[in-house]
Design a protein around this ligand. Sequence first.
Ligand SMILES: [Zn+2]
Ligand SMILES: [Zn+2]
Length: 146
Amino acid sequence: MADPQTRFEDLMSKLRERQCRMTPQRVALLRLLASGTDHPSASHLYDQLKTQFHTTSLATVYKTLSLLDDMGEVLELGFSHGVVRYDANKPYPHPHLVCIRCHKIVDCECRTAACLAEQAAKQLGFQVVSHRLDFYGLCADCQNTG
Ligand SMILES: [Zn+2]
Ligand SMILES: [Zn+2]
């Protein structure tokens, strides 16, 4: 994972290169995205942003997220019921651990998924452009609360 400050500056300069308007809201959103390791949803980001900027709308959050997605700077994790969670810290495919009770999502630090994708690609002559691996279960906190 990139250091939050480095990642923040990285995202800022990439958006500036594209001549994007850097409103205080957008800057604050980038800071949230760069520092977060909790894979927030758009509405979660919106709730956090709203405490600082009362005029912010959910549409503004989505606009920035879809811009980052176009640039390949955010990983979108779609789930059933239309929930989408975002990882702007590691914008490339990587395995996740998903808690089925509190819906916490954490990165799983293993190279297995990439290896499997490479293997499948080699064996079947398939050109892999993306892959996804989620492990579902109970996080340590949820196991303790029974
Ligand atoms: Zn949990
Ligand atoms: Zn992640």
